[in-house]
Design a protein around this ligand. Structure first.
Ligand code: SF4
Length: 510
């Protein structure tokens, strides 16, 4: 971030404070404030008196310095609600205005930019969390993701996008960052090049991305970024916000038209945007399993990553401070956030593994407990349903059953069609909805089945019907009992017991 950009952002934060004060004084309404504040990475929470602040963590990496800063403000302001998001950021909740302004301003000193964390801006550039570390990656995409992030921050004030722009880099075919269905995504290939996808995304009317470039030289990634911006600026919908996300260009331009326009833009860029990195090293891929799902052996000999999945994406202040202490004591080198809200402590030496595992045993212990949830409607103003507590209470109530590790699947749950909990790609997904019974509306979730985010297999879950929110735990309990009895994991069980599964679903959504 240049000094000029930093000074600009600091000035804007002063304006933000004045506008937020007007909102608190009820001189501007919720909708107007949301339209304004999102661009600062902050939204008013339900109830209208507190705020959420989203701290962009470039590529999902929380360095020692960033972690120490966030820990310091958690202690200083007694922040209780800390949430890791599916966009690899940290959200702090239940803040007053003074706290928001303090954090926004001081975060800049630690290279944490909240500006553009929401609203119609290029967002945090997402990256496979273990890029550069994992033994099964194609190549390390971090340098390209970092350069893209720096480029986007340097130009984000130069134009007005129709809506947000999400960019992701995947270092392998698993594509856990969903590069194949973001506004723009890069997938590393075995030939040391990228395939480039654009105009995909979840939310209302989700769409898989369109492959617009094949075998892009990695040093030319910024040309693709600029081509996407130019395509979106020219063809995005500025009249209707609900149709303004880049994926709607697939409808307006057609798939072939989109590929053509993108390539025209790509080929006509005059600026020199060439990067200057050495050709990426193709790693001799190996799937390595340590025997414990919380321990991943890295490609760096003798180093491991420790996995923690905070239940419903939240950690307590004490747990956050423990993570900071581990890194401060050099037991691990940095924290990385995954798109499924999993957090990773990297570069742990074998001698320190036991200690780090013991100190961080506060997260999930089964696949089901690694389920993904957005913050939900008790906090989020646009939410319809309380996704987080629906999932949280199901996890709590089913804990007594002591199911085996893989009895229930990871579920993905969102409080509304914005799909921040990535419900469409879950094997089982839930999205906030309403069920009418005897002419009365009841809190409910639309259930989907068989979503998949893997490259070349990606598909959105099929809608099965609508289940009452209160019944989700019963549904999962009955499902768990059946699967547990079979002594199989859910994935194996459901493949050979589809009729039993759909009968159970019918009982709850019928
Ligand atoms: S999915 Fe809906 S409820 Fe959940 S965080 Fe996103 S906007 Fe809010």
């Amino acid at each position: 971030m240049t000094l000029e950009i930093k000074e600009r952002i600091l000035k804007e934060i002063d304006e933000f404070e004045l506008t937020a004060q007007k909102f608190l004084n009820k001189e501007i309404n919720v909708k107007e404030f949301k339209g304004y504040s999102g661009g600062f990475g902050s939204y008013a929470e339900r109830g209208g008196e507190t705020f959420m602040l989203r701290l962009r963590m470039n590529q999902g990496i929380v360095t020692k310095d960033k972690l120490a800063f966030v820990s310091e403000v958690i202690k200083k302001f007694g922040i209780e609600h800390i949430h890791f998001t599916t966009c690899q950021t940290i959200q702090l909740h239940n803040l007053n205005l003074e706290e928001v302004v303090y954090i926004m301003k001081n975060a800049l000193e630690h290279d944490i930019i909240c500006r553009g964390g929401g609203g119609d801006y290029p967002r945090n550039v997402m990256t496979t969390p273990l890029s550069g570390l994992s033994q099964d990656e194609t190549f390390d995409v971090l340098p390209y993701a970092k350069a893209t992030s720096e480029y986007l921050v340097s130009v984000m004030f130069d134009f007005k996008l129709p809506r947000k722009l999400k960019v992701a880099f995947s270092n392998d075919n698993k594509d856990e960052v969903h590069a194949a269905f973001r506004d723009l995504g890069f997938i590393a290939k075995d030939n040391a090049k990228f395939d480039v996808y654009c105009a995909g995304g979840l939310g209302m009317n989700p769409k898989l991305g369109v492959k617009v470039l094949e075998d892009l030289e990695p040093n030319r990634v910024l040309y693709a970024v600029k081509a996407m911006i130019d395509t979106f600026l020219e063809n995005g919908n500025y009249q209707n916000r609900s149709k303004a996300r880049s994926r709607y260009m697939q409808d307006t331009l057609g798939i072939n038209g989109l590929v053509e326009v993108f390539n025209q833009k790509f080929n006509s860029i005059q600026e020199d945007l060439m990067l200057n990195f050495d050709e990426p090293m193709i790693y001799n891929k190996k799937e390595v399993y340590s025997g414990d799902w919380r321990v991943i052996p890295q490609k760096q000999d003798g180093f491991y990553t420790v996995v923690i999945h905070p239940i419903v994406g939240d950690v307590t202040p004490l747990e956050f401070l423990t993570l900071n202490e581990i890194i401060d004591d050099d037991l691990a080198s940095e924290l990385r956030i995954g798109p499924e809200q999993t957090i990773y402590l990297t570069n742990v030496e074998e001698a320190n593994l036991e200690e780090v595992l013991a100190k961080t045993d506060f997260g999930a212990h089964t696949i089901f407990e690694t389920s993904v949830s957005c913050v939900g409607a008790t906090v989020c103003q646009v939410g319809i349903r309380d996704s987080k507590n629906t999932l949280g209470s199901a996890i709590e109530k089913l804990a007594d059953k002591n199911y085996s590790f893989n009895t229930l699947p990871r579920i993905h749950i969102s409080g509304c069609p914005s799909s921040c909990g990535t419900n469409q790609i879950g094997r089982i997904g839930f999205q906030g909805s309403t069920k009418i019974i005897d002419l009365k509306p009841h809190a409910a979730f639309q259930m989907t089945f068989d979503g998949n985010d893997r490259l070349h297999e990606a598909k959105f879950g099929k809608v099965l019907g609508v289940i009452l929110a209160d019944e989700i735990v019963n549904f999962l309990g009955e499902l768990g009992d059946m699967v547990e009895e079979s002594k199989m994991g859910f994935d194996e069980w459901v493949d050979i017991n589809q009729s039993k599964f759909f009968s159970l679903v019918e009982k709850y959504v019928g």
